[in-house]
Design a protein around this ligand. Structure first.
Ligand code: NAD
Length: 239
């Protein structure tokens, strides 16, 4: 019951890491609102409410956060997890593809943090967890837009942490390495094999292994942690 009494909103919760976060948080005593643009393949566990939230939409964000506060009285934890990936190198990246990537992976985090801060400030201290990536602080070839957005999320996290430290709002980023989800299942097998081969633990991670890191950051156990980067990558970035 590490989140007993807390109210949490998770984006991109219909699958993968977000789903694992939502399920773990409810098991640990939180009231969880799972949000996504897609419906989950299997129904959420009881105790998890759901709302349709396109993270690129200002109107969706305002409505979702207002609904959480109306239904639960407060928002304690926001996990900005929704994300997409694409592989175009810089010289092949169209304006449309760039704009789409930035909208989901970067602007979605900006809007989410802004809405969370709106209802947390002056009311209750809270925790914001932003899912970045190992590609937020290191590079592989290609995927230029993804690197841009995930790198921005890393620094936006630190800025928000500094700006709202006096309000008791903690803001941290999580940097997963290769995790087995729909996102990576859709990638070329040789790309996946190469990333796993470069991972010191020689395996991909499971969504729950990222969810446990989010749980720590969301809980009061992390009361002295803000502006931090939690790397969960089987040792990849330590090389
Ligand atoms: P996933 O595809 O399983 O889940 C992503 C979810 O985000 C999906 O349910 C999708 O419907 C949702 N989503 C997409 N666009 C959305 C939008 N506009 N609004 C709301 N929801 C939207 O992928 P995942 O691997 O679980 O990824 C979760 C996060 O973890 C992403 O931010 C991703 O970049 C990050 N990440 C994943 C890995 C990995 O190896 N899987 C590694 C590093 C970082």
């Amino acid at each position: 019951m590490r989140l007993h009494g807390k109210v949490a909103l998770v984006t991109g919760a219909a699958s993968g890491i977000g789903r694992a976060v939502a399920e773990l948080f409810v098991k640990e005593g939180a009231a969880v609102v799972a949000s996504d643009i897609a419906a989950p393949k299997q129904a959420y566990s009881s105790g998890i409410g759901s709302v349709r939230l396109d993270v690129t939409s200002e109107a969706d964000w305002a409505a979702a956060v207002d609904a959480v506060v109306r239904d639960h009285g407060r928002l304690d934890v926001l996990v900005n997890n929704a994300g997409i990936i694409a592989y175009e190198p810089l010289h092949e990246l169209t304006m449309d593809a760039w704009t789409r990537m930035i909208a989901v992976d970067q602007t979605g985090v900006f809007l989410g943090m802004r809405e969370a801060v709106r209802v947390m400030r002056g009311r209750n201290p809270g925790s914001i967890v932003n899912i970045s990536s190992i590609w937020g602080s290191a590079a592989v070839a290609g995927a230029h837009g993804y690197h841009a957005a995930k790198g921005a999320v890393r620094n936006m996290t630190k800025n928000a942490a500094m700006t709202y430290v006096g309000d008791g709002i903690r803001v941290n980023s999580v940097h997963p390495g290769f995790i087995h989800t729909a996102l990576t299942n859709a990638q070329a097998a040789d790309l996946n094999d190469a990333v796993i081969a470069s991972t010191p633990m020689k395996r991909g991670g499971r969504p729950i292994e990222v969810a446990y890191g989010c749980l720590f950051l969301a809980s009061d156990e992390a009361s002295f942690v803000t502006g931090a980067e939690l790397v969960i990558d089987g040792g990849y970035l330590a090389q």
